[in-house]
Design a protein around this ligand. Structure first.
Ligand SMILES: *[C@@H]1O[C@H](CO)[C@@H](O)[C@H](O)[C@H]1NC(C)=O
Ligand SMILES: *[C@@H]1O[C@H](CO)[C@@H](O)[C@H](O)[C@H]1NC(C)=O
Ligand SMILES: *[C@@H]1O[C@H](CO)[C@@H](O)[C@H](O)[C@H]1NC(C)=O
Ligand SMILES: *[C@@H]1O[C@H](CO)[C@@H](O)[C@H](O)[C@H]1NC(C)=O
Ligand SMILES: *[C@@H]1O[C@H](CO)[C@@H](O)[C@H](O)[C@H]1NC(C)=O
Length: 419
């Protein structure tokens, strides 16, 4: 297949990629797009991989302790799990409640420590008296090992968020629970990190070891999504097409995607800045140094199959397991012709939930989040669910916004302390 034929599919896939983690900033480094003082020019923000990993390059650098563990899932993936056991005040006698942070799609655990200790949730929780654990799902930079497979094997990429909910999430949660002597764990998920815990809860799993869950721009129902570009990509079955071409790993900054984007963004007809805020929603509160570190670490791989599963969510009103597309294949996996549904109404009401969503977020959009809220609120007592609506926030603001510590993390920590 000639590269030229891949041009359109890759362009559109890259757009989907950008949707769940905000990549507009990647493109704003191209000088023609935006000339505000916020611009990140190539010389100010050179690509800089972190060969030393998160602990040494971001956490220890600020004087915080950081430990790394490896957790093997039941299906053989070896996941890197990081821990900031305490904050700058040092190891005291006090008992620290564990908190597990689970990142969203196309990013990894770096997203919790992107900025200074006063700005980033990972540090804020450690300084706030918590024992902080940071997950890295399969396929991301530090979790690309498997007991028998290598990332070059197509089988390594044969998974969707069903498997994140079935294997990655329980593996790391149980590890933290065991390691901290059986203390129930607070959970914080961003974006896809919220969907997997809701999926597990809806099957009545893990509810006995989670103390409470904070959901930052929850993604569950995607059926009302407003992003027209994603809808278009979904409608033409783009991810499916790429899968059929024999691609399995979806790397948003892989050489092909990069080249395509590079070509498109120098085209005078295309305004990349608008293109990308049209996909994810315009972030209000990102600040240059933080987005720069985000760029330097770079977006992370997922599987193409996972992208297909995401687009199935956009097409259907219900949240279902991956649809193999034929009754025969579905029966083989699920013993029924259609994929099983995750019934969010059956989420047990005894797990306290803190949920925050943004008015500018085209992905975790307001209509879909209201749908989710109606479902959850009908079960929970008002004491056990807290909802925080941020009218100006889009997807990236929740983890990188300069005012998130005050507006989001503070009430979240208070919620944790009450539960
Ligand atoms: C760049 O900044 C100038 C001066 O502030 C402004 O007039 C111009 O419209 C801006 N251009 C773009 C593309 O935003
Ligand atoms: C946690 O401990 C239980 C009981 O000892 C054990 O069955 C389980 O495999 C452990 N899980 C992990 C992830 O270590
Ligand atoms: C981010 O921007 C805010 C507001 O401009 C500023 O107060 C803060 O110091 C910045 N944070 C970093 C890490 O640069
Ligand atoms: C498959 O479904 C049929 C009918 O629904 C049931 O009788 C059978 O036990 C199921 N088999 C398995 C392996 O679950
Ligand atoms: C979902 O769960 C709720 C509560 O357990 C139940 O009332 C409802 O019938 C279930 N819906 C489906 C489609 O199974």
């Amino acid at each position: 297949m000639a590269q030229k034929d891949l041009y359109l599919p890759f362009l559109a896939l890259s757009i989907i990629a950008c949707c769940l983690m905000n990549l507009q900033t990647v493109l704003s480094s191209s000088s023609r797009m935006r000339n505000s003082t916020d611009d990140i020019s190539d010389d100010k923000c050179p690509p800089q991989p972190h060969p030393l990993g998160m602990c040494r390059s971001r956490v220890a650098a600020y004087g915080y302790p950081c430990e790394e563990y490896h957790v093997t899932t039941e299906d053989g993936y070896i996941l890197s799990l990081k821990r900031i056991p305490y904050g700058l005040s040092g190891a005291t006698e006090m008992t620290r409640t564990p908190v597990l942070l689970f990142h969203g799609l196309l990013v990894d655990g770096f997203c919790w420590v992107l900025s200074t200790p006063k700005q980033s949730l990972g540090f804020i929780l450690a300084d706030g008296g918590f024992d902080v654990w940071i997950a890295n799902s399969r396929g991301t930079e530090s979790s690309r090992r498997h007991t028998t497979l290598s990332p070059q094997d197509p089988a390594f990429w044969d998974w969707t968020w069903d498997q994140l909910a079935d294997y990655d999430l329980p593996a790391v949660l149980e590890f933290v629970y065991n390691r901290t002597g059986g203390m129930k764990v607070h959970y914080v998920g961003h974006s896809l990190g919220t969907l997997i815990i809701l999926a597990a809860f809806s099957e009545n799993r893990l509810t006995d070891i989670v103390r409470s869950a904070a959901l930052l721009c929850p993604i569950a129902y995607l059926n009302s999504m407003e992003s027209r570009l994603i809808l278009l990509a979904t409608r033409i079955f783009l991810a499916e097409t790429i899968h059929m071409l024999g691609y399995h790993e979806f790397n948003p900054v892989g050489p092909v995607a990069k080249e395509v984007l590079g070509k498109v963004c120098v085209d005078p007809e295309v305004d990349c800045y608008d293109l990308f805020s049209a996909v994810a929603g315009p972030d209000c509160c990102l600040n240059t140094s933080t987005t720069c570190i985000f760029l330097q670490h770079g977006p992370q791989s997922s599987s193409i199959k996972n992208m297909i599963h995401m687009s199935q969510l956009v097409r259907k009103e219900t949240i279902r397991k991956y649809d193999y597309g034929s009754e025969k294949e579905n029966t083989k996996r699920y013993n029924q012709t259609r994929p099983p549904t995750y019934n969010l109404s059956s989420i047990p009401s005894h797990v306290p939930l803190f949920l925050t969503h943004g008015g500018q977020d085209f992905l975790g959009d307001v209509a879909d989040t209201r749908h989710l809220l109606r479902t959850l609120l009908s079960q929970h007592d008002s004491d056990d669910i807290e909802v925080l609506y941020m009218p100006d926030y889009a997807h990236g603001d929740f983890i990188m916004g300069y005012n998130a510590p005050q507006l989001i993390y503070k009430p979240m920590v208070e919620f944790f302390k009450r539960h």
